[in-house]
Design a protein around this ligand. Structure first.
Ligand SMILES: Cc1ncc(COP(=O)(O)O)c(C=O)c1O
Length: 419
């Protein structure tokens, strides 16, 4: 997305605004797909990364399935026309009520604890199910997004296979899939292979005779920082398919090879446009205040994540060092600390890059500031995907009643002729 295009979008829709390049999403999907030459490859986009409706519709058109993790995810996917047979449901720590609601839709459930499996087996004997296995491989870009190993809450431990078998046998369940997800932003490509081998070690015909697929989750890293290189997805794809082909030969049937990429498909397609409203000299620091904040893009505060920031208005400005902050009443409300970039001036437009995954989707309305608008770019043009709510819209959503516009109140009180 060129600076001119982004400037045009900011001028049209204001800031803060998320912009998603749908052509980039398609490119990432096609690159991923062609890297895994397996006839029964299935990509289930992890919609937790970004549930924007235009992104979901675009991926659906390309043939992608969906990994959903909540009733809200499921409702959103269905509202975008995604069929139930194209969705896997991987929630964790669900209630019985949620289990029954989800089971009633007919979606394939991916169960990650013995306790839930027992309750599912009692309620739905003889049905098809997928099981989430903890691969016992520890990797991920940050401790908070490592999902393998016994320090995390996810999946059934490999050593519990005999207990799984007993529950499955008693209820006549059909285990059609085994699943694992090691973590997000896997640092070592070898972790993908190691985790696959761990699942394959229990995915024998003797243990699970009804398997139709193995699902190896997501975690494919994208480069965020200036020193990070892109992963070699083709190399990973050929190692994975070779290993999977050997496994299927031993298992005696060609199974589906499933993945659930999130970041890989959408992270690099997104930019958050923010406007600088305050530049302040705090002795040796230059603080730039913007019109967004951490509830609208939490990754830097939550994971110490790095996001490149472009000064779209002043790309050739004198180099300086800046703290790029938000408008929220919290000290940690920073998008970047000590960031070297071209001179930042009040009213400059900044683009926070690689903001297409776990940014809008992890957003909230702390301090009661509505989330940014969302705009999509496709084939050189752009359109509004979701409008920014006003503070009054937000209050109406919370209270269920329409709110009095604050500005009108203010005007009524201060206009000399109001009384
Ligand atoms: C079960 C599951 N699948 C897939 C993903 C997607 O991970 P990523 O966005 O790193 O590809 C996640 C996210 O952590 C997940 O929890």
């Amino acid at each position: 997305m060129t600076p001119d295009l982004l400037t045009d979008i900011a001028d049209t829709f204001g800031t803060p605004t998320y912009v998603y390049d749908l052509d980039r999403v398609k490119e990432q999907y096609n690159t991923f797909k062609s890297a895994f030459p397996w006839p029964r490859l299935k990509i289930c986009y992890a919609m937790k990364a970004n549930y924007n409706r235009d992104i979901l519709a675009t991926l659906n058109e390309l043939g992608s399935g969906i990994d959903a993790v909540s009733p809200g995810d499921l409702a959103m996917a269905r509202s975008c026309g995604i069929s139930i047979s194209n969705i896997i449901y991987t929630a964790n720590n669900i209630t019985d009520t949620e289990m029954h609601e989800i089971a009633a839709t007919g979606v394939l459930m991916n169960i990650g604890s013995l306790s839930r499996l027992k309750r599912y087996a009692e309620a739905y004997p003889g049905t098809r199910v997928c099981l989430r296995i903890n691969p016992d491989v520890v990797d991920g870009a940050h401790d908070k997004i490592k999902t393998g190993g016994d320090l995390t809450k996810f999946g059934i431990l490999l050593e519990d296979v005999e207990q799984i078998k007993e529950i499955v046998r008693e209820a006549g369940l059909k285990v059609v899939g085994l699943h694992e997800h090691t973590g997000s932003g896997l640092k070592k490509p070898d972790s993908i292979i190691k985790a696959m081998k761990q699942v394959m070690s229990v995915a024998t015909r003797e243990n699970f005779p009804d398997l139709e697929f193995l699902d190896f989750g997501g975690g494919f890293k994208v480069p965020y920082g200036p020193d990070e290189a892109p992963i070699d997805i083709r190399e990973i794809g050929s190692r994975v398919t070779r290993l999977f082909s050997e496994f299927c030969r031993d298992y005696g049937r060609e199974l589906g090879l499933w993945f659930e990429p999130g970041k890989y498909l959408t992270a690099q397609a997104g930019t958050l446009l923010v406007r600088v409203n305050t530049v302040k000299q705090n002795r040796h620091r230059t603080i730039c205040g913007t019109d967004s904040g951490f509830p609208q893009l939490i990754r830097p505060m939550f994971y110490d994540a790095y996001h490149a920031i472009e000064n779209i208005s002043n790309p050739a400005g004198m180099p300086g060092t800046y703290d790029i902050c938000g408008n929220i009443c919290e000290t940690g409300d920073l998008f970047a600390k000590d960031r070297d970039m071209p001179e930042v001036r009040e009213n400059d437009l900044l683009g926070i890059k690689d903001a297409g995954a776990y940014c809008y989707a992890m957003g909230g309305t702390y301090n009661l500031r509505p989330m940014p608008a969302e705009v999509v770019v496709e084939k050189g043009g752009f359109r509004l995907s979701r409008k920014r709510l006003t503070p009054e819209d937000l209050v109406a959503l919370i209270t269920g009643e329409s709110a009095t516009p604050a500005r009108n109140d203010f005007n009524t009180q201060t206009r000399p002729d109001a009384a």
